[in-house]
Write a protein that binds this ligand. Structure first.
Ligand SMILES: Cc1cc2nc3c(=O)[nH]c(=O)nc-3n(C[C@H](O)[C@H](O)[C@H](O)COP(=O)(O)OP(=O)(O)OC[C@H]3O[C@@H](n4cnc5c(N)ncnc54)[C@H](O)[C@@H]3O)c2cc1C
Length: 512
């Protein structure tokens, strides 16, 4: 499908129901009609991201936090930093320049992960003059480093918790939002912008104890009560049609979740944003956000940006920097590795090609990616593990699940930072000022699809289309005083406590 810029804008506007061209500020309308390059912080047009047949051995062009790392088995330890699997398996991608100086716009989105990019894209589709600023590069943090598994729920908040916490109609509405709507939105965006993200539908939760089957049935039943009949329960023999490991006693098959190449999705969102004239600035760290009478002002080392309508903090585990008072989240580190192409055909081990989570306290999750490689993730730690520890841990876990693979090496491994709330639901807030500040954090290790959906909800809130974001702000969160500072101690303590609980209540699904 090839569209010129004007056709593209009209199509996006029609599909988003926004009448985008007519609501656009005059400078963007002029861009749309002339087909001139957008004010993207760099010259020239922008190509869609392309997923390569296999990952290459390349150095990373992404800046990353000093507390996380990428490793590749044959990379020169004294050389440049290797790319992680996702970056290495995508076509070349340009960087965006830093903020050139002071400017004014309708909305500033801070943070170039899935949440920030989705919010900015939806605002641009609605004709809002939006600027996206990122301190490193788009996809430098969790959105370019996660497991790529798409599961329903508000982060870790499952159907039963939603049903217990809210009146029935609100629970149904919230569940639909974080399940069907979240998954469908990802698919709609991919279709709208003709993106290839290796999106596949279907997801397996495999029970490591027979006692966990009751909890899987209860969760499927809670989903059904909320109007979602997309999950079915299978016994140990039927599970073999999905995953051939002796570790499991049965499982749940979810028809709407699945998997995706998360960095391809993120770059696809950015592609759409730039096509619509949204401005993106990388290497631009936001130092402060201040609400004044008629504007909210974002300060960076290169200048100030005045927002006329809203500021969106999509900075995930860094949100604590901008939130006064006690935090509601604890940061933690978590890890992913990818094997080289394997001699055993992974379709023999995962015949349905669906990604798998298990039900352990410290879950294993895995899926096949291009060229018969296995992507495997797990663990959550209070302090960052070394490459050696991660290699040892992930290889041990792969061997425990699939001894048939004869203990494969890892070719890529990396760490990432997440933050968690006490009950596992993402914490969504909006300040009460005239030019409000929105923020979402506490993803609790989940959120690939939900970041995209919540980004749309923020955009809809700014443009007054609906109150979906308001629904999310009503969820209560416990404060975790000093959570950030205590994480290296609190995370292991919490895991020990959860471990004791899982022994005392073997039928409960308790996972970190
Ligand atoms: C290793 C790992 C595995 C995971 N696996 C899964 C999975 O399989 N399935 C799933 O659903 N979820 C998974 N997650 C969670 C998921 O990745 C996150 O929920 C999601 O990516 C959060 O997106 P985000 O845009 O809010 O945050 P991020 O992707 O972290 O983006 C935040 C951005 O803000 C930028 N930023 C921070 N501070 C500033 C500042 N002051 N100024 C400007 N920019 C700033 C950062 O550089 C970053 O790019 C995983 C996470 C990790 C780390």
């Amino acid at each position: 499908m090839t569209l010129n810029r004007r056709e593209f804008l009209l199509k996006a506007a029609a599909l988003s129901g926004a009448g985008a061209l007519f609501m656009m500020p005059p400078d963007l309308r002029a861009l749309a009609s002339t087909g001139a390059a957008g004010t993207t912080g760099r010259a020239g047009g922008m190509a869609r991201p392309v997923i390569l047949p296999d990952a290459r051995k390349v150095d990373s062009r992404l800046g990353i936090d000093s507390c996380i790392w990428n490793w590749r088995s044959d990379a020169d330890p004294n050389g440049a930093r290797p790319a992680n699997y996702y970056e290495a398996s995508l076509s070349e991608w340009p960087s965006f320049a830093s903020l050139p100086g002071d400017l004014t716009c309708d909305v500033v989105v801070v943070g170039g992960g899935l949440l920030g990019a989705s919010t900015a894209l939806h605002l641009a589709e609605a004709g809002v003059d939006v600027v996206l600023v990122e301190k490193d590069n788009l996809g430098s943090a969790a959105s370019g480093r996660n497991g790529g598994q798409m599961t329903p729920g508000l982060a870790r908040w499952k159907a039963s918790a939603v049903a217990e916490s809210l009146p029935p109609d609100e629970a149904k509405r919230l569940w639909r939002f974080v399940s069907v709507e979240a998954m469908e939105l990802v698919d709609q965006i991919a279709a709208r912008y003709d993106l290839d993200c290796d999106r596949k539908r279907g997801h397996v939760t495999a029970a490591i104890l027979s006692a966990h089957m009751g909890a899987l049935v209860a969760d499927a039943d809670a989903r059904r009560a909320l109007g979602d009949g997309n999950v079915s329960i299978v016994g140990p023999n039927e599970l073999q049609e999905y995953v051939r490991s002796d570790n499991y006693r049965g499982g749940a098959i979810d028809a709407i979740g699945g998997q995706i190449h998360p960095l391809a999705l993120l770059r696809g969102l950015a592609f759409g944003l730039v096509e619509l004239g949204g401005r993106v600035y990388e290497g631009t760290e936001v130092m402060s956000v201040k609400e004044a009478v008629d504007t909210t002002v974002v300060t960076t080392p290169f200048g100030r940006i005045k927002a006329r309508r809203a500021v969106v903090l999509a900075v995930h585990a860094s949100t604590f920097r901008f939130v006064p008072g006690h935090s509601t989240t604890l940061p933690f580190f978590t890890y992913v590795g990818v094997t080289p192409p394997l001699p055993t055909d992974l379709r023999d081990l995962m015949p349905a090609d669906l990604p798998v989570y298990d039900t352990q306290l410290q879950i294993d999750y895995y899926r096949a990616v291009r060229n018969n490689r296995l992507l495997f993730g797990g663990e959550g730690t209070g302090s960052s593990w070394s490459v050696k520890e991660v290699n040892r841990y992930l290889r041990k876990r792969i061997n425990a699940v699939f001894p048939q693979l004869a203990n494969p090496e890892l070719e890529y491994a990396w760490g990432g930072v997440c933050d968690m709330t006490l009950h596992g639901a993402a914490d969504c807030r909006r300040s009460g000022g005239k030019v409000p500040v929105y923020m979402v954090h506490g993803w609790s290790g989940h959120g690939v699809a939900q970041t995209v959906r919540i980004g749309k909800a923020i955009s809809d809130d700014v443009t007054g289309r609906n109150d979906d974001f308001g629904m999310l702000t009503h969820i209560d969160h416990a404060e975790l005083p000093l959570g950030r500072h205590l994480a290296p101690v609190a995370i292991p303590l919490m895991k020990s406590a959860l471990g004791v609980m899982s022994v005392l209540k073997p039928g409960s699904l308790i996972s970190f």
